[in-house]
Ligand binder design. Structure first.
Ligand SMILES: NC(=O)c1ccc[n+]([C@@H]2O[C@H](COP(=O)([O-])OP(=O)(O)OC[C@H]3O[C@@H](n4cnc5c(N)ncnc54)[C@H](O)[C@@H]3O)[C@@H](O)[C@H]2O)c1
Length: 419
């Protein structure tokens, strides 16, 4: 049976490794972050993702083996999934250094006689396998398609429901140019019972960006229309969008999809902002400016200004502002690119020096990530008593259930979730 290695055990990598273990594969996992590895060894998942902790405890040292180094993880494996980060570079394009570093390290460690498939689950711009990874691998002396296979296999899971999304995917996309790689990956995914699409690596990479840029576009459309409605005045914005969702042409669309066509205070997280920017930058580098994407990104900044302007117009700088929610979305403690950070920073820049925040899960991780000069409340009750004005920035159920705590107080619902 095929043994698998997963390199990079963050949100996507840990889910992938444990999901493949759950499907019966032996999976070797490695992450370059020793703190993460130590957590996993102790059965701890250092971020919030339902289902992963019990899965870790079910499979660790059984079908999920933590390797001491990358070399130990890849040597026994026939298929290597790369799930390392692909962060934004200073110019907005994608930083591929983690991908190339992990690939080079792997190729220097393996025995050349066994064919292996280097499978990229990380989100990489269309053309990366063709133009960057393949030449890189060949420069290290390997013939792509003969000694090793190189494939793109984008991941579509959403944080907060990653475990279920991974085990029950709606589609699998395999982008490989050689039949052996395609065959091996198809075999792995045969256990998932989902439609498998085999395409070129560049098409596979593009499909991932197609998906994320569409979601970002839907959100920015909703945000722009909500800002416009605010200017018109007298529009029940939340109701208007809910009624829009009843259009027959949307019927059957799950709430998780219509939720993107709903206003808020901007999209965030590790995917939509960086992937939309990367696609825009790639177009520009090729001489094609995707004006729609530029606009989507601009609206995502403008909506944060809208929030700040709205509060500043009615709130003296001496007042204490209570920020409800820090994570980029509810049921998550992920604060990467969360709109909350920019909104708080812009309020601080405006002279609001008394800001207190509360998030059911993300207080500590937000504080560690951004070190902003604000204070944190330990409970919703505490923040309700500590501030003069409240801005709701993450649509947590806890806020909806306890709206009574804010009765008679000024609360701006920038997620349109309380009405
Ligand atoms: N988070 C999501 O919802 C999501 C969904 C689909 C796709 N993606 C894409 O998947 C990729 C990973 O995202 P993530 O959210 O899991 O990121 P993450 O930051 O949570 O995890 C990446 C991990 O890779 C590790 N790493 C970096 N270099 C390494 C190396 N050389 N060897 C071993 N480990 C190394 C890091 O320590 C980190 O733990 C990105 O390309 C992202 O765009 C993310």
């Amino acid at each position: 049976m095929t043994d698998i290695a997963v390199i990079g055990l963050g949100f996507v990598g840990l889910t992938t490794a444990l999901g493949l273990s759950e499907k019966g594969y032996r999976v070797y996992g490695y992450d370059a972050d020793p703190e993460k590895m130590s957590c996993y060894r102790n059965g701890i998942v250092p971020f919030h993702e339902p289902g992963l902790k019990p899965a870790l405890n079910r499979h660790i040292n059984q079908r999920f083996i933590l390797a001491d180094c990358l070399e130990d993880a890849v040597r026994p494996a026939q298929i290597i999934f790369y799930c390392v980060g692909t962060p934004r570079s200073a110019d907005g394009s994608v930083d591929l250094s983690y991908i190339l570093e992990a690939t080079g390290q792997m190729l220097r460690a393996i025995d050349r006689t066994d064919f292996r498939v280097l499978t990229y689950k990380s989100t990489i711009p269309p053309g990366t396998v063709r133009d960057t990874i393949t030449p890189f691998v060949e420069k290290l002396g390997y013939r792509v398609g003969c000694d090793v296979g190189v494939a793109s296999n984008p991941e579509f899971l959403a944080e907060g429901r990653a475990w279920d999304d991974f085990l029950n995917p709606d589609r699998i996309v395999i982008g490989a140019d050689d039949e052996r790689s395609t065959h091996l990956l198809k075999e792995v995914y045969a256990r998932f019972g989902a439609p498998v699409h085999t395409v070129s690596p560049t098409t596979a990479e593009f499909i991932k960006y197609l998906s994320n840029t569409l979601l970002a576009t839907l959100i920015s459309f909703a945000n722009e229309m909500a800002m416009l409605a605010d200017q018109v005045g007298d529009v029940e914005i939340a109701r208007a969008f809910k009624i829009l969702h009843q259009d027959k042409r949307w019927s059957g669309a799950p709430a998780s999809m219509t939720s993107y066509v709903y206003p808020g205070c901007g999209f965030g997280g590790y995917c939509l902002p960086k992937d939309t920017e990367a696609m825009y930058m790639q177009g520009k580098a090729k001489g094609f400016e995707a004006q729609g994407l530029r606009h989507v990104l601009q609206v995502n900044e403008r909506v944060k200004d809208f929030v700040v302007e709205k509060v500043a117009a009615e709130t003296p700088a001496s007042h204490t502002i209570g920020v409800l929610g820090l994570a980029f979305k509810p049921n998550s403690d992920d604060v990467r690119d969360t709109p909350t950070r920019a909104i708080i920073q812009r309020l601080l820049d405006r002279g609001y020096s008394k800001i207190i925040a509360y998030d059911p899960l993300a207080n500590d991780v937000f504080d560690r990530a951004y070190h902003l000069p604000i204070t944190y409340a330990g409970s919703l009750r505490e923040i309700a008593q500590a501030a003069d004005v409240f801005i709701l920035l993450t649509a947590w159920d806890e806020f909806k259930r306890n709206r009574d705590l804010f009765a008679g107080k000024k609360l701006y619902d920038f997620r349109y979730c309380l009405s």
